[in-house]
Design a protein around this ligand. Structure first.
Ligand code: NDP
Length: 284
């Protein structure tokens, strides 16, 4: 039976360390990190994520600036708001909750956020830095995966990492972070041939597909590390990952549950990036 990687506990420890760091910055330097979160429309899942981010900021002593815009807001008005936040010295991080309504260009929005406040790491400038192995802000979910591995003492160096999924927010940056950590990386997607065979060749598997339990335990190599980024809501309202946890846990050496694995790390890394941005601004 695999060791279960407790992302909730590890994220809570990181958040506690950050809380102490934020307290020190406030008391010793008079500085308060600030994160601006923009939500457009009323997608229920987005609202839940935004509420969790605000709560996490509050617990860590980070100021959160909440901007809730109607679903029919114009792209121009949203970009104006981002320009104002770019210029606001109390704001060290800006994020726009995705997805955006169809009439707003996601690209225009992500490119308007200052790369130096882009704590999600989605601006092309930051994507470029990541791709040359010199990240300023790494995207929070894959960054959280790297942290989980580090805390668990799992070094990806020289191991074969198979990433299933090639999205800009998870799969691709995951592959780049693994490459930077000297792993040998294979990225799979919906057009890949023989997915079971590719998954079986993984020393470390990262599943980021968005299909409930699509990877069964029989695809997992004995002793592999299994990181399940997938967060899928089932018809009964419960959540599950992309990996069939019960059968995969029989084969893996380490496995993350979903929920309770990678998810909590994403918010912890967002807070970490916000504090990093403040430190960078003030040369600390
Ligand atoms: P996307 O839908 O953007 O990307 C899914 C990827 O999976 C695509 O690259 C797609 O391939 C690939 N894919 C789809 N079907 C298959 C298949 N049958 N075989 C192989 N590959 C396939 O999703 P995201 O990257 O945004 O998210 C992935 C999962 O991670 C979701 O469950 C999401 O909820 C979760 N997530 C969790 C986060 C967290 O824990 N904090 C944060 C972000 C995401 P192609 O490119 O060819 O279409």
């Amino acid at each position: 039976m695999a060791h279960i990687i407790d992302g909730k506990r590890i994220a809570a420890e990181i958040r506690e360390t950050l809380r102490q760091e934020v307290q020190w910055l406030r008391e010793q330097r008079g500085l308060v990190p600030g994160l601006a979160v923009i939500i457009v429309g009323d997608d229920p899942a987005s609202k839940v994520y935004v509420r969790m981010k605000r709560q996490a900021c509050e617990n860590a002593g980070i100021a959160s600036f909440h901007h809730e815009l109607p679903g029919d807001v114009s792209e121009g008005a949203l970009l104006d708001l981002i320009h104002r936040l770019n210029a606001d010295p109390a704001v060290h991080g800006i994020l726009t909750q995705l997805p955006l309504p169809g009439h707003i260009s996601e690209r225009a929005v992500l490119e308007t956020i200052s790369p130096f406040k882009d704590v999600d790491g989605f601006h092309p400038y930051n994507v470029g830095l990541l791709s040359i192995g010199k990240p300023l802000f790494s995207p929070c979910t894959p960054f959280g995966v790297m942290e989980l591995l580090r805390v668990e003492g799992i070094d990806p160096k020289s191991r074969h990492v198979v990433v299933v999924g090639r999205s800009n927010i998870v799969g691709k940056p995951m592959a780049l972070l693994m490459l930077a950590a000297d792993a040998t990386v294979t990225v799979c997607h919906s057009r890949s041939m023989d997915l079971p065979g590719l998954v079986r060749s993984a020393d470390i598997l990262v599943a980021a597909v968005g299909k409930p339990r699509m990877i069964p335990g029989e695809w997992i190599r004995e002793g592999a590390v299994v990181i399940d980024v997938g967060t899928n809501r089932l018809a009964d309202g419960s959540l599950c990952g992309d990996v069939d946890f019960a059968s995969a846990a029989e084969k893996a050496s380490h496995i993350t549950p979903s929920p309770g694995g990678v998810g909590p790390m994403t918010i912890a890394m967002l807070l970490q990036n916000t504090v990093k941005s403040l430190r960078r601004t003030h040369g600390l």
